[in-house]
Design a protein around this ligand. Sequence first.
Ligand code: 13P
Length: 258
Amino acid sequence: MKKPLVIGNWKMNLDYVEAIHLMQQIGVLLRNKPVEHTDLVVTPPFVDLRSVTSVVESDRIPVSVAAQHASQHESGAYTGETSVAMLQRLNVRWVLVGHSERRSYFQMTDDVVASTLRAVVRSGVQAVLCFGEELASREAGEHFDVVASQLQAALAGLDEQVRPLVTLAYEPVWAIGTGRTASVEQVAEMMDFIRATAASLSLDEPHVLYGGSVNADNAGAIMSEGRVDGFLVGGASLKAESFVAIAHASDDCYDGKR
Ligand code: 13P
């Protein structure tokens, strides 16, 4: 089993004061009961990044910091956008690419996802490629086709040397923020499919995460029976206790080797 990875996606929640507070609380919980086998990442809103990286550094919290999005462009007249280089200067080590909320609310097409992914990994930053089917596709039995086409569009032709920087995150849209988690059987069969598809696209054994209504109660079963390498957590990452509890559930799975 790979070393698991648990990423908290704070989405558009918490101003910088609240973000500092949450990061400090996570730091205290991790000091009281360290997470030994799981890598942790938090993904605050852009305006919180500087404050959060400062707390992580000053309190030596064993957590990396990610951005929720980045521009596919390097610099220039792109009002409202943030470049990968600017994020790197803030010690941001990861970027989420193609989250379903970016795809559906901000018209992020497969082409833009592909060019953003390239902009991120070209700079040596770790990318979390997010993908997953909507409810209608699942009900029509088209979920494997949708996932294959999203992976193909983002990964085909990616330079060999940057491929190790890509982590995959399967997030079925119908499970995000709904409390309706995919069943462990649905997750397990999708994990097999994603690993086979990634291999056919020459992506060598990437971490494959699951996201969608993950919480401290369901994380252990999804990891052990769903055979995931970690989680992308939304709502439950906004409270230090539940985020760290998910990290400990992941640790326990690793200790028991699933
Ligand atoms: P929830 O955990 O709130 O369902 O969100 C999942 C998600 O979109 C993480 O990126």
